[in-house]
Design a protein around this ligand. Structure first.
Ligand code: CDP
Length: 572
């Protein structure tokens, strides 16, 4: 077995070889992981040429390569896979509009297939489709409704899966006022249905207030605006709670919170997000994500903020150059994406950072640090985008945007997003996004046919330092996946290494809120609940998330069906 070179983690190589490294015409892998980073740096730096010529491109190529090869930053997977190669499609996130006509629906299916083929994920609002059983004028027949059409998207995704760079993922969103909302909420309760979809209900403040007051709620036909039915708001929320308790879905997306952060309301409201929910986008917009690797910014037991800010600024330049060289899969996507030039810089490895600092994830200090880290990154990223705007021109929709009030130039309508970093964190061997450790021992299903067994290296190191790393302790650890049954472990360490299900849901939400406070787009976060948690805990998480002003919320109860694209399975 080949050794994995820095900055990659111990399990990166099979994933890189299968999906990321360039191949020749016969399908043989023809580059090393280091050469992949060089390919990406070289290709992205070409985005400098219109402004600084070849000299600037060479200089930035070195800077980008340094940033990645020191393990400080990685762009989203499609950029790693496709930059400098024939495909050249570099974005992870897309939203495709679906209007209330067969033409629009099947045009969207086609667009989705092309995007999946290139490694991107797609989100849709199905809220504009007339409900099931509604009239179809031209045929005098009846409509199938959103849930039925979602199956078409699901099947298309399934069919494209084999040929694409990775399994396609979708987000289906339906407004809480749609007459088919109950069928939508229940759509994924049975296993094996809509498996290529995550689903979220788009709820608004009026609905949450009606549910709190136990008032009525009107379901409205989007075709003619007529009230189709009036239901109990609390009853409808309860259906979401029960379904999420059972299957982890639907998640909620909060309309007002998302649209308060809409930088370009003149271009229309934000009604849909990318597959994992962290990136609201307008119809046909795409977004390039990138993540800073937090534990790598520790110096002498503290976060080295000047270096973090410098890296954030360089990462913004990188992501803006990605827009320059991106080969968009569709002309409509190119147009919408260049109008706003959205990028999403975020973080990964928060749990590692906190473990290194010996801060329990659920401590107020950890949330305060998370808040400061993201605030510093966001400010540096904004400033970098403003500077780029001055030199290269603001994004074309800037003058009519909300940003024009406070800035004279801005290159990107949004600059920050906290992504799940499912594969990126695996490549670098760090914890994912801002999630706590899911388990201290687990198998990770990385590709369709492979499971990898892993112990948390930081925890093993601490056990070793205490003389507690014995085969028996490892067996104990493997059996439970957490530290609670380890003999002789100091209780403070148990708290530092508490896993997702041991952490109170309120602390999960507090961390999400800490990062959301200065993130332009959304924050990817799952609120984990233990297997015994009842529906009332799901209800509390939903209402708290709304009260905290979060853009969305996802719960996942231990043992219920998974929604993650990457499954993490505790041993045994
Ligand atoms: O780590 P990586 O860059 O591969 O992706 P991520 O941070 O886990 O996910 C970021 C976004 O990539 C998701 O929200 C989706 O839009 C997209 N994605 C996808 O389309 N298909 C996947 N299998 C994974 C992610």
């Amino acid at each position: 077995m080949d050794a994995t070179p820095f900055p990659f983690g111990p399990h990166a190589l099979p994933v890189l070889r299968r999906r990321y490294l360039a191949r020749d015409a016969e399908g043989r892998v023809v580059e090393t992981p280091e050469q992949m980073l060089a390919r990406v740096a070289g290709a992205v730096a070409r985005g400098e040429e219109p402004w600084g010529g070849a000299a600037a491109a060479r200089e930035m190529e070195r800077a980008f390569l340094g940033l990645m090869s020191q393990g400080l930053f990685l762009p989203n997977s499609p950029t790693l896979m496709n930059a400098g190669r024939e495909l050249g499609q570099l974005s992870a996130c897309f939203v495709i509009p679906v209007e209330d006509s067969l033409e629009s629906i099947f045009e969207a299916v086609k667009e989705t297939a092309l995007i999946h083929k290139s490694g991107g994920g797609t989100g849709f609002s199905f809220s504009h489709l007339r409900p099931a059983g509604d009239v179809v004028a031209s045929t005098r027949g009846v409509s199938s409704g959103p849930v039925s059409f979602m199956r078409v998207f699901d099947m298309a995704t399934e069919a494209v899966k084999q040929g694409g760079t990775r399994r396609g993922a979708n987000m289906g969103i339906l407004a809480v006022s749609h007459p088919d909302i109950e069928a939508f909420i229940a759509a994924k309760r049975r296993p094996g249905v809509l498996e290529n979809f995550n689903i979220s209900v788009l709820v608004n403040d009026a609905f949450m207030a009606a549910a709190r007051a136990d008032g009525p709620w009107q379901l409205v036909n989007p075709r003619d605006g007529a009230v189709a039915r009036t239901v109990s708001a609390a009853g409808l929320l309860e259906q979401m709670v029960q379904a999420a308790h059972q299957s982890g879905e639907p998640g909620l997306a909060f309309y007002e919170a998302i649209n308060r952060g809409n930088p370009t309301p003149g271009l229309g409201p934000l009604e849909a997000t990318n597959p994992c929910g962290e990136q609201p986008l307008l119809p046909h917009e795409s977004c390039n994500l990138g993540s800073l690797v937090l534990p790598r910014f520790l110096k002498d037991g503290e976060v080295d903020f000047p270096t973090l800010e410098e890296a954030a600024a360089l990462a913004v330049r990188f992501l803006d150059d990605v827009i320059e060289i991106n080969r968009h899969p569709l002309p409509q996507v190119a147009r919408a994406s260049r109008l706003t030039r959205k990028i999403g810089l975020g973080v990964m490895g928060l749990a590692d950072l906190l473990a290194d600092l010996e801060l329990p994830y659920d401590s107020p200090e950890a949330a305060a640090l998370g808040r400061e880290v993201m605030a510093r990154i966001a400010a540096a990223a904004r400033a970098a985008s403003a500077e780029l705007g001055q030199r290269r021109g603001s994004f074309p929709a800037f003058a009519a945007s909300r940003l024009a009030g406070g800035w004279s130039h801005m290159r990107n309508a949004t600059v920050t997003t906290v992504a799940p970093t499912g594969t990126l964190s695996l490549l670098l061997g760090c914890s994912s996004g801002i999630e706590p450790y899911f388990a201290l021992a687990y198998t990770r299903r990385v590709l369709e046919e492979r499971d990898l067994v892993e112990f948390n290296p930081r925890f093993l190191a601490r056990l070793a330092a205490l003389g507690l790393d014995t085969p028996e302790q490892r067996r104990t650890l493997a059996a439970s996946g957490n530290a609670t049954a380890i003999q002789g472990l100091p209780p403070e360490l148990g708290q530092v290494f508490a896993t997702a299900h041991e952490i109170d849901p309120e602390a999960h939400l507090a961390m999400q809120a800490a990062f959301q406070a200065s993130t332009d787009n959304g924050v990817s976060k799952t609120v984990n609940l233990d297997a015994q948690a009842g529906p009332e805990q799901v209800r509390r998480v939903f209402t708290r998330a709304h009260a905290l002003g979060l853009k969305g919320v996802t719960v996942f109860r231990s043992g219920c069906r998974g929604r993650q694209v990457l499954e993490l399975l505790p041993l045994p």
